[in-house]
Design a protein around this ligand. Structure first.
Ligand SMILES: [Fe+2]
Length: 387
């Protein structure tokens, strides 16, 4: 949820006659959340959105938790990984999961998709670690670049087109519940408050409509129930001439997140960026360190008794960790205390600022490494605090 937005042509009143140049009606589609009680948008199609030509055999598209992995502080080292697959869907490797969310990486060889994708299982949050491109969806064109969080509500039909030059690497989160801006940052009508680290000006909805009116055969891979269902339609699903509402994909750059700092160490909730069911997303961005004369910039040990904490290291040097690279994940599990590596606390004293950039995902229910995630485990990490 961001704010009301509209693109293209829509009739003055919803659910009324809205005619094409040949006199036929446009086909209205309401896309609504929480039944009819949540946010929604109204889309106007040239063709019938149910114009299915064929349905292919579903194929499994899911991951398995490695339940025997055990209770261990974990480092998944993915920095040396090149392409993770040929195309956008085969390249998505989910490394952690529970019933609320999944998190992984995606570095496809192919920069363009020759099909559309629709995730009917959950909302997606895609962090562009490396890359620049365009998200084409029914809601229009959205330019995206390094450092963007892209929120894609479930059932949005989309494809990405990435620039051929330079590396491409995405952090992918799928959420069972809606991914939203943080409730305590909003006033009673949803506007982001003065103390919010970002505001509506930082949220970028699709900038221009993109209408594909032609007929033909268009494949939409629909993810539902952990399976991919190949649906072929008789027209492009991007046949929208206008839409309005509150439900649409948008981007928010991590570089537009304004950090909150203090005299002494500020806890992770000041970095919160999004909320969802069962987890939160926080952004650690370049900022001034604590300015109390006796401040310790490194975080204190803490035992977060009911959270599993994942940090994805995007840029910069992490003063509280050793052996962590760009593209590393650490998972600090509830039930064990965690904190700075030996020597890093003293070393942090007197430091004035940090250039670190990291994305944090904290879950409130246990998170599991997936069987694919096991390939990236750094076996030395659980004992890396040993003095
Ligand atoms: Fe922590």
């Amino acid at each position: 949820m961001a704010y009301y937005h509209r693109l293209g042509n829509i009739p003055p009143k919803r659910h009324t006659q809205f005619r094409q140049p040949d006199g036929s009606l446009y086909k209205e589609e309401l896309v609504s959340s929480k039944g009819f009680s949540g946010i929604y948008s109204n889309l106007y199609h040239i063709h019938n959105p149910n114009n299915v030509i064929s349905i292919g055999e579903p194929t499994p598209y899911s991951w398995e938790p490695a339940k025997e992995y055990g209770l261990k502080q974990t480092h998944l080292k993915t920095s040396g990984v090149g392409a993770t697959g040929k195309d956008y869907l085969t390249a998505r490797k989910m490394l952690m999961m529970n019933n609320d969310c999944m998190m992984g990486i995606c570095a496809p060889e192919e920069r363009k998709m020759d099909y559309y994708f629709k995730n009917a299982d959950g909302d997606e949050l895609i962090y562009v670690h490396d890359g620049e491109g365009v998200l084409y969806s029914q809601f229009g064109k959205l330019q995206v670049r390094q450092g963007d969080y892209i929120v894609i509500p479930r059932t949005t039909i989309y494809r990405f087109e990435w620039k051929e030059e330079g590396p491409l690497r995405l952090l992918v989160i799928e959420s069972h519940g809606p991914i939203e801006t943080v409730k305590r940052y909003r006033n009673e009508v949803g506007q982001l408050l003065e103390h919010s680290p970002y505001c509506e000006r930082d949220i970028r909805p699709p900038g221009e409509l993109y209408t594909e009116s032609e007929k033909g055969e268009f494949l939409v891979q629909i993810k539902k129930g952990g399976m991919l269902h190949p649906y072929t339609y008789g027209h492009s699903p991007l046949d929208i001439v206008g839409w309005d509402g509150y439900l649409y994909p948008y981007a928010l750059s991590i570089h537009d997140f304004e950090p909150i700092t203090g005299r002494i160490h500020q806890p992770p909730p000041v970095h919160q960026t999004f909320q969802a069911w069962g987890f939160v997303i926080c952004s650690f961005v370049p900022r001034l360190f604590d300015y109390h004369p006796l401040a310790i910039p490194a975080p204190y040990n803490h035992s977060n008794i009911d959270s599993d904490e994942v940090l994805y290291y995007a840029e910069g040097e992490f003063m509280s960790r050793k052996g962590i690279d760009r593209g590393s994940f650490t998972i600090h599990m509830g039930g064990l205390p965690h904190g700075p590596h030996p020597g890093t606390v003293e070393k942090s004293i007197g430091a004035k600022e940090t250039h670190e950039l990291a994305v944090m995902l904290d879950t409130f229910r246990p998170l599991f490494v997936t069987t694919q995630g096991l390939d990236f485990v750094d076996p030395a990490y659980p004992m890396s605090w040993r003095e």
